[in-house]
Design a protein around this ligand. Structure first.
Ligand SMILES: [Mn+2]
Length: 327
């Protein structure tokens, strides 16, 4: 495992010796995955290398705020590449950087990545699906991938404008539940630097402002909440298609009550079900999710499952939820 100084050295060495960088955020990218990916494109530009952020557009819906960032960063020269066009740039010499993800089943590429040319930057726990490479920086104590990348921008003296500062701050803001959890003084120092660079809390609030239709949808979903006698809240959404962000927001909401953990299960497209899980700390929801082909950490976890239904997944979840997950 690398520390941040070694990560910087690895990036320096790999980026000098390549022509092209492919940046891979996790599937269904959120503010943290996209913000950190944009920061990494900037690092590639400093080395005068072409870079692409790889997305798998047609198969899912992206949160409106995240889409806004993708569109406006694209206007400012950040390049995105749909998976269907990946074969055009594919080369064994490319450097592949995974951000906000470390597992093969959470990215949109099926090919086996060359460990030599693969770098992982993440803050999620590892499991048997974690891609094998020595070039790995994973620190679960850091709030977000955006915090790690912001730190790299400072260390590598990469110039960035207020838009980029806002994208990175949006990533931190999301993964800290609006600067209320997983916050350390180190995180706040980075937040301060981003604000000094022109990021503004009111812009971030605009990114996160609730869309009325989506907000109503989340509340309809929350109406289905069942809280068990052992303080676990479960929501099964059978009727509508949700974005992963909507499921995550509903799961965050469940922690407002006298609950230890919340699980929200819903469809993200016609044949894909996702679970978003949140915990106050007594239950390791990342570990629970790892039994459903997903992952995460103590406080937050998720999974995506094909060809199933929300109620089928709920049955499996209820069987998995045993006292052993209490810490
Ligand atoms: Mn993240």
């Amino acid at each position: 495992m690398l520390n941040i100084k070694n990560l910087r050295l690895v990036l320096d060495q790999k980026l000098q010796n390549t022509k092209r960088v492919i940046i891979i955020p996790h599937l269904y990218p959120d503010f943290d995955a996209i913000g950190s990916a944009i920061g990494l494109s900037l690092i590639a530009s400093k080395y005068k290398k072409e870079s692409f952020i790889l997305l798998d557009y047609p198969t899912y819906t992206i949160d409106a705020g995240v889409k806004m960032i993708i569109d406006s960063s694209e206007e400012n020269g950040i390049k995105y590449l749909d998976k269907s066009e990946y074969s055009k740039v594919k080369s064994p010499d490319n450097v592949m950087i995974l951000t906000d993800v470390n597992k093969a089943n959470r990215i949109c590429l099926d090919e086996k990545l060359d460990p030599k040319n693969t770098i992982i930057i993440d803050h999620h726990s590892e499991d048997e699906n974690t891609i094998k490479t020595k070039n790995k920086f994973i620190d679960q104590s850091i709030s977000s991938a955006s915090e790690i990348v912001a730190k790299l921008l400072f260390l590598m003296k990469v110039k960035y404008d207020s838009d980029i500062a806002n994208y990175l701050l949006a990533g931190i803001y999301l993964d800290t539940n609006h600067l209320t959890k997983n916050i350390s003084s180190k995180t706040m120092k980075i937040v301060g630097k981003l604000l000094d660079s022109g990021a503004s809390m009111s812009t971030i609030n605009d990114f996160f402002s609730e869309d009325f239709v989506s907000d109503r949808k989340i509340h309809r979903l929350l109406d289905k909440t069942v809280i068990s006698s052992y303080s676990i809240a479960t929501v099964i959404g059978e009727d509508e298609i949700y974005t992963k962000e909507e499921l995550a927001k509903a799961a965050d909401y469940l922690l407002k009550y006298k609950t230890d953990a919340g699980f929200v299960i819903g469809r993200i497209d016609d044949n894909t079900v996702s679970v978003s899980a949140r915990s106050k700390g007594k239950i390791n929801v990342g570990e629970v999710m790892s039994h459903l082909n997903g992952g995460g950490n103590v406080q937050s976890g998720a999974t995506v499952l094909k060809d199933t239904t929300p109620s089928e997944i709920n049955k499996k979840l209820q069987k998995i939820l045993t006292p052993k997950f209490y810490r």
